[in-house]
Design a protein around this ligand. Sequence first.
Ligand code: IDP
Length: 139
Amino acid sequence: MATNRTFTMIKPDATQENHIGGILSMIEAGGFRIVALKKTLLTAERAGEFYAVHKERPFYGDLVKYMSSGPIVAAILEKDNAVADFRTLIGATNPAQAEEGTIRKKYAKSIEANAVHGSDSDENAQIEGNFFFGSEEQF
Ligand code: IDP
């Protein structure tokens, strides 16, 4: 059964280039409520842990390096059908294939530096949200 929460990160490139406000505006305009929010820096070790499911993929090393290259903004978001609707709002992994009106179409620079993360399942949304936020930080 679909739950009503998902998890996102504004990745280092978009954070560095002052797109935090623009991206959060698109998220709120898309009908999502911000349940938890923080700007933080992932160490390479923590980034590797977060992306452990991609360990075998050829881009894993670069991804870990990129995700620990500067601050990120982590957030838990709430809306009916949150995981699927948020994947629609962010658009395709590769911005060249992202549709008009999506966050990645507007802000992503490349398939790697693609501005935002969005959980791919309810189970991962919960795991990823809890990776960054204690239950006392989720309202
Ligand atoms: P998603 O973020 O759209 O769910 P995933 O396939 O789960 O895409 O990949 C996780 C992240 O790894 C992507 O958001 C992107 O930053 C990076 N990535 C995915 N595919 C490639 C690639 O082919 N080259 C470099 N980085 C990639």
